[in-house]
Unconditional design. Structure first.
Length: 86
């Protein structure tokens, strides 16, 4: 939900998120938090649906298409995380 994680900046080599972003009301803030935690040269893997049936626990807020990831990388770059590449 975009809350600050109690870990130091640049402390993770790999961050993995699978089937969570569609449930996150503020996924863009969570994404920035992931960027904060990721070491330079680290890997961020996000698996999120672009379609599918509503599955509402705890909520089902979003779907993500091919252009979503470029937009998130641009958002990260605008927020000072210039290392984002697709």
């Amino acid at each position: 939900s975009g809350e600050k994680t109690p870990l130091d900046n640049c402390s993770a080599d790999i961050i993995l998120s699978s089937s969570n972003f569609e449930h996150d009301e503020c996924f863009w803030m969570t994404f920035l938090e992931m960027c904060r935690l990721l070491k330079a040269g680290g890997y961020l893997y996000i698996n999120a649906p672009s379609s599918g049936a509503y599955h509402g626990y705890p909520g089902d807020c979003w779907r993500f298409y091919k252009d979503s990831w470029a937009a998130l990388a641009k958002w990260a770059n605008k927020n000072g995380y210039g290392m984002m590449e697709l």
